[in-house]
Design a binder for this molecule. Structure first.
Ligand SMILES: CC(C)=CCC/C(C)=C/CC/C(C)=C/CC/C(C)=C/CC/C(C)=C/CC/C(C)=C/Cc1cc(C(=O)O)cc(O)c1O
Ligand SMILES: C[S@@+](CC[C@H](N)C(=O)[O-])C[C@H]1O[C@@H](n2cnc3c(N)ncnc32)[C@H](O)[C@@H]1O
Ligand SMILES: [Mg+2]
Length: 312
């Protein structure tokens, strides 16, 4: 039972799908398919005041930020094709054959070429869905090749904390904006959409994915997801150890039945957008006490990062 639910959770009753897609899950009736449940909003409302305490209730989210920003930057950089004929891009595993200093020079020149290519392009627009207090939103807004970041969240207090914190850095004022609104009320399309540690908190994650997709630029827009597989190791690490033993995650944050398998998301995209997307990267990630969040290749277990590119 607990391992059953997945993307299309057992929504007990769908009403008035035509005019205002009202969903009734249990006793709660909501008017939007991407609405947040009252208990989730209540949970995060209580965490809002300490959101930016890097040793407080969100300390694990702050630590995760380093890893997911690496994932985002690496994925975007890997999409840049080196055009400069002066740049030597080996077509073999040069690190096995060339001296370390030569390898370092090759790597540095490639990275510099990628960075200048990104700088020459028009800046990227970003939508951060379920931005919370803005931990990821601020980091993305500070990237040179990002033109704008719009953070949305349905916990009003989180948005207020995000707005207040962003005022501490004047550079953010022209690139970063926040709104307390549902995803389906967001207009426009974006080069990048991030939906980090949020899918496992919504009642119908497929609706979030669908509304992300329609707001993703058809010109190679990239959707970044991070969420948690529905398996016993996830329960052991994120709930039993995270919330009950180590108490590094606020109690009641997660519910195993709301977790989503990476395979379910890929299957959903194949069912709904076959041939229109490319899975750019999928990595498992795990928190280790003395090392922080580390990536691994077992993306069917525990937490994972996923990057999906829209091709048309
Ligand atoms: C192949 C493979 C993965 C094998 C794993 C095998 C196994 C059993 C490994 C055990 C790993 C280990 C060393 C466990 C020891 C205990 C430990 C360090 C557990 C991790 C606890 C932890 C930090 C969980 C993170 C939970 C999580 C998803 C955090 C993000 C987050 C945070 C918050 C918040 O801070 O409020 C809110 C959210 O919604 C989040 O998603
Ligand atoms: C764990 S926090 C993650 C915050 C941020 N994405 C990060 O990783 O730093 C989850 C956030 O999702 C928000 N949320 C939950 N359901 C939502 C929904 N349906 N629409 C918008 N935000 C939602 C919560 O209010 C909360 O701020
Ligand atoms: Mg979570």
């Amino acid at each position: 039972m607990l391992l059953r639910s997945g993307l299309l959770r057992p929504v007990r009753v769908w009403k008035n799908l035509g005019l205002c897609s009202r969903i009734t899950v249990g006793a709660q009736t909501r008017h939007k398919s991407t609405d947040a449940s009252e208990d989730e909003v209540k949970h995060f409302r209580e965490l809002a005041p300490t959101w930016w305490d890097t040793n407080g209730s969100q300390r694990i989210l702050h630590k995760m930020n380093l890893a997911r920003l690496d994932f985002v930057q690496r994925t975007i950089r890997n999409q840049v094709k080196i055009q400069d004929p002066e740049i030597f891009v080996p077509a073999f595993n040069y690190k096995e054959f060339l001296p370390e200093y030569v390898c370092d020079n090759i790597q540095r020149e490639i990275q510099e070429s990628i960075e200048s290519s990104l700088d020459e392009r028009p800046g990227m627009s970003v939508l951060d869905v379920g931005c919370g207090g803005g931990i990821l939103s601020e980091s993305l807004a500070r990237l040179k090749w990002v033109k704008s970041v719009q953070g949305i969240d349905l916990t009003h207090e989180c948005i207020m904390v995000a707005k207040e914190h962003s005022k501490k850095d004047p550079m953010l004022e022209r690139k970063l904006s926040y709104e307390c609104k549902a995803l389906e009320d967001v207009t426009g399309q974006f080069n990048i959409i991030t939906c980090m540690e949020m899918l496992e908190h919504v009642d119908v994650p497929s609706e979030i994915l669908r509304h992300c997709w329609t707001r993703l630029s058809p010109d190679n827009g990239v959707l970044f997801l991070s969420t948690i597989n529905r398996d016993l190791i996830s329960w052991f690490t994120t709930i039993y150890m995270g919330e009950n033993v180590l108490k590094v995650v606020p109690k009641g944050t997660h519910h195993l039945s709301k977790y989503i398998n990476s395979k379910e998301i890929i299957a959903w995209f194949n069912d709904n957008y076959s041939g229109q997307f490319r899975l750019l990267d999928l990595k498992g990630t795990m928190y280790l006490p003395l090392r922080g969040w580390v990536e691994h290749d077992c993306s069917d277990v525990g937490n994972y990062f996923m990057a999906i590119q829209r091709l048309e």
